[in-house]
Design a protein around this ligand. Structure first.
Ligand code: GLU
Length: 544
């Protein structure tokens, strides 16, 4: 390629990075790296009401976690470039290529309603104001926006993924806003100026932006800017119902479960409302209107009533996947295959291989399915083939977003041990959850009632009897390691003619509170003699 390839990722900082955004960032990154070009990051924060600094930090953090490092040392924030935009807008106004428009929101809504009633698409056209009116509005400083006087003609362009013939014909062209009444440029305006300033050669973005490209092209022509190559990426779908994967999916699942809960418990929304701080009307509206969403604290309240855990919700945001314990390499590999393939049925690729193989031609037109089983399988494979040292680093990154885990206090050596004991795991969360008991104080262990019932008390307290017998045997061990523990337990099993399961399970319940743990002998070695005996004693106290 003659020119250096320059791509960019331009998120709006209104929340966490979702998988769609991450896929756009990845493809832009891969294309730039493939051609030895540049990958730039720009923060599109012209929506003052919705943009936050926290969201900027979260976005950067997620991108870094994925390893999608950008090349600009200084981040571009659109909110800091108002002077540049205003200069260009003022020039367009002077040249008559843009104009001030004075309609209020109510007037625009009324115009839209008229069009809707007449069953035609609403197209904004420049109102014919007299010079006197214009002078009067100007002198009274009437609130206004600035609109671009879009030249009326057909706008068709070739998309690098979707092919030629994208766009609209002259009847669909309208004058869009380029500066809002609060003085901020719109996305359409700022994106065009910034892409040109940065010399962006390829714009990769989601298909929801396809028709926005018409506005961008019209502006580029007026401003004498070159047109970058546009590549609009396939939509990402939920495989179960073919719906577009979206941040709303979590809310959707909570709604479905709440409806089931009401049915199973033969109860009413009033009852659900009473158990939360939400109003009955809000719960009712939310239950029947899929457009309505609860915010996160409200969701949490409903979830605790209906018994739904955070880990039951589908991961949508990159942050969700981080918290669940996916490895960034597995995630990247999986994201790369959402709408792109290198030809053949090759699937497992390192980032270096992705860079080598990535081309726009490999991006397909059809929607991409987000297959969670495949992602989980990727993660399992990556975890099994990653070096121990690297896994420890990944585990620490996982714990940084799960600071409530007692493993957050563990040393690197201890973490390595946990990873080793749980070899073959699917998610770092599995390692975390199954080994938490090893890092808790003895009195923090809570016993799962069904485990106590089934493993300790069933068949006339069989499990408790095992613990009572074993306690003195373990107490006399002078060397405490997995081999000495194993032979002591085996000897006891042989004497009593009990299989290992009948002994290991009660011990497991005694030390962990439940029935799942890493290999038991290693676990006991790690826990130490004193704590093991203390936990057995707790079980043998009559209160249990
Ligand atoms: N800020 C826009 C978004 O987050 C960027 C769209 C574009 O890449 O042009 O969707």
């Amino acid at each position: 390629m003659a020119n250096k390839v320059i791509t960019r990722f331009a998120p709006s900082p209104t929340g966490y990075l979702h998988v769609g955004g991450a896929r756009t960032a990845l493809f832009s990154f891969l294309l730039a790296r493939h051609f030895g070009g540049e990958f730039l990051l720009r923060i599109e924060d012209t929506d003052l009401a919705r943009s936050t600094e926290t969201a900027v930090h979260q976005l950067l953090d997620d991108l870094r976690w994925l390893g999608l490092n950008w090349d600009n040392t200084e981040l571009v924030f659109q909110s800091k470039r108002l002077e540049i935009y205003n200069k260009i807008i003022d020039d367009l106004l002077k040249r008559g290529l843009a104009y001030k428009a004075y309609e209020t929101d109510e007037e625009l809504t009324a115009q839209r309603a008229v069009a809707e009633k007449a069953k035609r698409t609403y197209i904004y056209r420049r109102p014919q104001l007299t010079d006197d009116q214009l002078r009067a509005y100007e002198s009274e400083n009437r609130p206004h926006v600035v609109r671009f006087a879009t030249p009326v003609k057909d706008y068709y362009f070739e998309d690098a993924v979707l092919g030629p013939g994208q766009g609209v014909n002259s009847t669909q062209v309208q004058d869009f806003v380029i500066r809002k009444s609060d003085g901020m440029p719109t996305y359409h305006f700022a994106v065009v100026v910034d892409d040109a300033d940065a010399g962006i050669t390829h714009v990769l973005r989601g298909q929801e932006h396809l028709l926005n490209t018409v506005n961008h092209i019209a502006l580029q022509e007026a401003l004498g800017y070159p047109r970058p190559i546009y590549a609009h990426l396939p939509v990402i779908l939920n495989p179960q119902d073919g719906s577009k994967m979206s941040k709303r999916d979590r809310d959707k699942l909570i709604r479905q479960r709440a409806q089931n809960w009401l049915k199973t418990n033969k109860t009413s929304p009033q009852d659900l409302a009473a158990k939360t701080s939400l109003a009955v009307s809000q719960i009712e509206d939310w239950l029947k209107d899929t457009q309505k969403q609860l915010d996160i604290p409200e969701q949490q309240q409903v979830m605790s009533v209906i018994g739904l855990k955070n880990t039951d919700l589908p991961e949508i945001l990159v942050h969700d996947f981080r918290k669940a314990g996916y490895l960034p390499e597995a995630m990247l590999n999986f994201l790369a295959l959402l709408g792109w393939n290198p030809g053949g049925d090759r699937e497992r690729m390192t980032t270096e291989q992705l860079i080598e193989l990535f081309t726009i031609e490999g991006i397909g037109r059809s929607n991409a399915k987000f297959n969670r089983e495949k992602l989980l399988a990727f993660n399992t494979e990556y975890a099994a083939s990653t070096s121990a040292a690297h896994l420890v680093q990944a585990f620490k990154a996982y714990l940084a977003v799960n600071p409530e885990s007692p493993l957050a206090r563990a040393s690197d050596e201890q973490l390595a041990k946990m990873l080793e004991m749980k070899k073959g795991f699917r998610l770092l969360r599995d390692v975390d959850e199954s080994s938490r008991f090893l890092f808790m104080r003895d009195d923090e262990i809570t016993y799962q009632p069904d485990a106590v019932e089934k493993v300790l008390k069933k068949s006339d307290n069989q499990g408790l009897t095992v613990l009572r017998d074993l306690r003195p045997i373990l107490a006399t061990l002078s060397t405490w390691n997995h081999a000495t523990i194993e032979s002591a337990i085996n000897a006891y099993g042989a004497e009593k003619q009990l299989g290992l399961g009948k002994i290991a399970q009660p011990v497991r319940v005694a030390v962990s509170g439940g029935t799942i743990s890493p290999p038991i002998f290693e676990s006991l070695e790690f826990l130490g003699k004193e704590n093991t005996l203390a936990r057995i004693d707790r079980c043998l106290t009559p209160a249990l």
